[in-house]
Design a protein around this ligand. Structure first.
Ligand code: PIR
Ligand code: CA
Length: 324
């Protein structure tokens, strides 16, 4: 069992990540923390609680940071709508938030478990994770690893160079990639392969029931915004890729790299600059040539789409059975 804390900004694909984490027996979901990103933190928190209420997910939910560390807030309303999760119908939340701030929830939870047993899974801007590492630096040594959705080594989705989660809080991303923990970057290069193809949608539709309906409604909404803006053929299921990799490490291939976050660039702010070991590895990044290159990050490369789809279908099946 992989013990995880899912730090998210639901968010359509975030909601699917929550369902996959709650459903799969290989994941022990210790809690959900929320952050501003796709929408403000009030909305992303309400959405997280509503998803948990609707599908009987009983884990602590702790509300986190209302905005990025330094820059002005950037939301993704044009993708996720006015509520942050437009489209599907959800019930009002029927249970209470954890009383702690997300940052304290993360610290307490990591410190309360044995060293190297808790994995952090940030799938929104990394504000809470950066603050937690600053507030209690011992968590950096203590977590097992960080598997983060965000970044890209090819193209961006909010600017030509930058992916949204990194762009929305670049300084936080810089803290996370500079810290000494084991970080896997599950960026757009990978998640733009994780598409809700007609075949996957048919398999989910065939299961019937309210969870199947919910996921189809998510994809229906995202197809209109995502498809129009980004010219991607089908909805991308970004955030669930991190959870999928913790269930089955073979769901994607990886390469080692040294990743730096561009926080000062004019056209490139929020870009994740990947120095790949396999490509020969540039000896330095420019700037201060003395900065030692260290290929200690992992980058997600090629998705096994069939394996990924099987995990999504399996999660819908399990949750539907549990609900019945
Ligand atoms: C933001 C997202 C997805 C698409 C766009 N265009 C903007 C959200 C997703 O929830 C995911 O975590 C990440 N941010 C992908 O950039
Ligand atoms: Ca997200």
């Amino acid at each position: 069992m992989e013990k995880i804390i899912l730090d998210c900004d639901p968010g359509h694909d975030d909601a699917i990540a929550i369902l996959l984490a709650a459903a799969n027996p290989k994941i022990d979901l210790l809690g959900i923390t929320t952050v501003s990103g796709n929408h403000n933190v009030d909305n992303t928190t309400r959405n997280a609680l509503s998803v948990c209420t609707a599908y009987g997910i009983k884990v602590p939910v702790a509300k986190g940071s209302p905005g990025p560390l330094l820059i002005d807030q950037v939301l993704a309303v044009e993708i996720h709508g006015e509520t942050g999760l437009d489209g599907p119908e959800l019930p009002p939340a029927s249970f209470e938030l954890d009383r702690r701030h997300a940052v304290d929830f993360i610290i307490d939870t990591v410190m309360a478990h044995e060293p190297k047993t808790v994995t952090l899974v940030p799938v929104g801007p990394y504000t809470n994770i950066a603050l937690a590492a600053r507030k209690e630096p011992r968590i950096v040594e203590r977590v097992k690893r960080v598997v983060a959705m965000g970044g890209s080594f090819s193209r961006g989705n909010i600017t030509p160079a930058a992916e949204f989660n990194v762009y929305a809080d670049p300084e936080a991303a810089d803290v996370v990639f500079r810290a000494g923990w084991d970080v896997t970057m599950v960026g757009l290069d990978l998640t733009h392969q994780a598409l809700a193809t007609p075949d996957l949608q048919d398999r989910v539709r065939a299961l019937g029931g309210s969870i199947s309906r919910f996921i189809l409604d998510i994809w229906e909404f995202i197809a209109t915004t995502h498809g129009g803006l980004l010219q991607i053929e089908y909805p991308a299921i970004h955030d669930a890729c991190c959870v999928a990799a913790l269930i089955d490490p073979e769901v994607f291939s990886t390469e080692k790299a040294d990743i730096r976050v561009e926080i000062a660039g004019h056209w490139t702010k929020g870009m994740t600059v990947c120095n790949f070991e396999k490509m020969g590895g540039m000896r330095h990044f420019g700037g201060t040539a003395s900065e030692q290159v260290n290929f200690r990050h992992t980058v997600a490369m090629k998705l096994d789409h069939t394996k990924f789809c099987d995990l999504i279908v399996d999660a819908v099946e399990r949750l539907t059975r549990q609900k019945a």
